[in-house]
Design a protein around this ligand. Structure first.
Ligand code: ADP
Ligand code: MG
Ligand code: ZN
Length: 637
């Protein structure tokens, strides 16, 4: 069951209260200053005429001595007040009463003194009830939202109304490299600013705009920029905030949010991460919290249907997963406008780097264009991180400006992982050098493979060494030859170990994972196997547990095809490396000497004149990440 946000804090709160109550109850004095004496001693004291008065109820006896008596428990001080317990086998007519009377002891029938004062009694009686009431009030307040106050705020919207003058406001100038999306939203801003321009032409103003795209591409940023640019009230809320621990609140919050927005129209409502509530309804996958989500979603749909178009309220939403959204959300009249925020291309990356280096002092040698060219696949958030890491490295050096080397070191740190200080044995280092050498040499030999940018045998993260390849320019698709080359390259580490040592190690684990993934996709998704043909036969990983709908025979065929591809590539890797053994030896030797080789040095060490020819390829679409072929460390503790 999905835990409501803040639910953990609430549990801590309850636990703390209970602990306090417990501590408190145990501190309530249990009869201070009254000692406990054995029955025999009590009788002896009566004989000694040392008892002033007694009270008794059942077998419990309390009383007061005339003179202080030492208790048996030597830790306690002598006292006059005492209590004792009459054993059950004492005869009921044991003449205690008459003896007490002869000794002139006052015998009365006051209720027994339990040693607690009145206030403690009150607390013990009413404490638990007060506690429960307190918990309820607290829960209701939380559900109602900060500041909403008391039970009345239960269904109030928690949307934050954007205040333009608070802090630095975000504008379209802060957004770069995603121009199509930006243009669409600038249009939305224009709708709100000059509605008449559109209405006079009979154009309908869209009710909803859905921003979709992978994480970090700048969807939230764009929405904030819209808020900063449009001079209209902007209500922003994250979809997960609709769903809290009190059932039924989501829907009423939605209602409240729309009421507020309509009252403030023209205005914008921004629902971030819409997939949290906008998932396909009725799917058996979710258990708890399901109805709540559905109700909230229904309410959003109802509210959007209720728009006549003249309110001047536009609903913006963002999602990383447009594919899982309920189709009802995407019907015309709801989020009828969909804006895809794509990862930036080279120029886009350069502009994003410019935005994020505005306040960073750059040295003259920094070339943002070149940096953008070496970072294919990175999105806005990655680039911001890159700039920040570079600045941190420069600060660590004590430099006044960020240099080109800082950016490249930061980039290395991000894509390859942080260096680790472990000492490898001589044999281990040599084996790693050959393993990485195998990847690199094949990367240089295979036609159309991405150029090798860096080879290193410095341990990083889980890897003992790493070979980094990235394309000359952005790639949007791959052909069969390239993919086969990539599988061959990834198998190069293993092949080199086998050729040089005649034995293998565990170091190829992630290589093999990569190989399997590419080969399976070729067969099952990209129609690159003649045996399978042009059908999709691999179930979508986004819906785990769903049957792939294949017959047993097809499944066997897939396996066979994947194996065939991998086997052929491995054979090729082995024969290529055998033929080019001198290149492998040369590269491994240089690696052992210098640990990390840049592009130029690596190619020279392997006996190539210059870097490989740039591989320009026709666009198609798939695999994004540049290839990193590490040699894994054996399971480290
Ligand atoms: P998303 O919501 O798409 O996951 P965010 O908008 O939260 O991504 O992006 C996170 C951060 O990355 C932003 O605050 C911004 O600093 C940076 N960023 C992302 N995309 C861009 C971009 N296109 N231009 C400038 N900065 C960007
Ligand atoms: Mg976001
Ligand atoms: Zn490897």
């Amino acid at each position: 069951m999905p835990r409501p946000p803040g639910g953990r804090r609430f549990l801590y709160f309850v636990a703390a209260i209970l602990a306090l109550n417990f501590l408190f109850a145990s501190f309530v004095p249990s009869d201070p200053g009254r000692i406990s004496v054995p029955y025999t001693q009590f009788l002896a004291e009566v004989d000694k005429n040392n008892v002033k008065e007694v009270t008794s109820k059942g077998d419990d006896i309390q009383g007061v001595f005339k003179q202080k008596v030492d208790p048996q428990d030597s830790k306690k001080d002598p006292e006059t007040k005492f209590k004792t317990f009459r054993p059950a086998f004492a005869p009921s007519n044991d003449e205690l009463l008459s003896e007490l009377r002869t000794k002139g002891v006052t015998v009365n029938a006051k209720p027994l003194d339990n040693g607690r004062s009145l206030w403690a009694d009150v607390l013990l009686f009413f404490g638990p009830t007060l506690l429960l009431v307190g918990i309820f009030v607290f829960a209701a307040r939380r559900a109602g939202g900060a500041g909403a106050g008391g039970l009345g705020g239960l269904g109030r919207s928690r949307a934050k109304r954007y205040e333009p003058d608070k802090g630095a406001r975000t504008t379209f100038a802060d957004v770069a490299g995603i121009d199509e999306a930006e243009d669409e939203l600038e249009e939305v801003v224009d709708f709100l600013k000059n509605p008449d321009k559109y209405r006079s032409l009979g154009a309908m103003i869209p009710k909803g705009v859905l921003l979709s795209g992978q994480p970090g591409t700048g969807k939230t940023l764009l929405a904030r920029a819209v808020a900063g640019e449009a001079d209209v009230p902007f209500f922003s809320i994250s979809a997960s905030e609709f769903i809290e621990m009190v059932v039924g609140v989501g829907a009423s919050r939605v209602r409240d949010l729309f009421t507020q927005a309509k009252a403030a129209a023209p205005s914008i409502i921004f629902i971030d991460e819409l997939d949290a509530i906008g998932r396909q309804r009725g799917g058996g996958a979710s258990l708890g919290g399901h109805d709540e989500r559905e109700q909230t979603l229904n309410q959003i749909l109802t509210e959007m249907d209720g728009f006549t178009g003249s309110e001047g309220v536009i609903v913006l939403a963002s999602t990383n997963r447009p594919d899982v959204l309920d189709s009802a959300l995407l019907r015309p009249g709801r989020f009828d406008r969909r804006v895809t925020v794509n990862p930036p291309d080279v120029d886009g990356r350069e502009k994003i780097l410019q935005v994020h280096t505005r306040s960073v002092p750059l040295a003259d040698d920094v070339d943002l264009k070149a940096l953008a060219a070496t970072t294919p696949g990175m999105v806005g958030a990655d680039l911001r991180n890159l700039v920040n890491e570079a600045a941190l490295l420069a600060a660590k050096r004590g430099a006044a400006e960020v240099h080109s080397a800082d950016f490249y070191n930061a980039f290395e740190k991000i894509v390859l992982g942080t260096e680790r200080r472990i000492t490898l044995s001589r044999e281990e280092r040599e084996r790693t050098a050959y393993h990485e050498g195998g990847h690199a040499v094949l990367g240089m030999l295979e036609p159309g493979a991405d150029p090798v940018r860096k080879v290193s045998i410095v341990p990083r993260g889980r890897a003992l060494g790493v070979t980094f390849q990235s394309p000359e320019s952005d790639r949007y698709g791959y052909d069969t030859a390239y993919l086969l080359g990539r599988i061959t390259g990834a198998l190069g580490g293993r092949a080199a170990e086998e050729i040089v040592y005649g034995s293998v190690t565990t170091g190829a684990e992630s290589d093999l994972q990569q190989v399997t993934q590419i080969a399976r996709s070729m067969v099952g998704r990209w129609g690159m196997s003649d045996e399978i043909g042009l059908v999709t036969v691999i179930a979508d990983e986004q819906y785990p547990g769903q049957s792939d709908g294949n017959s047993e025979a097809t499944r066997e065929l897939i396996d066979r095809e994947v194996r065939r591809i991998v086997d052929e590539c491995y054979d090729r890797a082995v024969s290529q490396l055998r033929e080019n053994r001198w290149r492998l030896d040369g590269l491994a030797k240089q690696l052992l000497e210098r640990e990390t080789l840049d592009e130029g040095d690596a190619y020279r060490a392997a006996g190539f004149e210059r870097g490989a020819a740039p591989g320009d390829r026709p666009p198609h679409g798939m695999l994004k990440e540049p290839s990193v072929s590490p040699r894994d460390a054996e399971q480290q503790s």
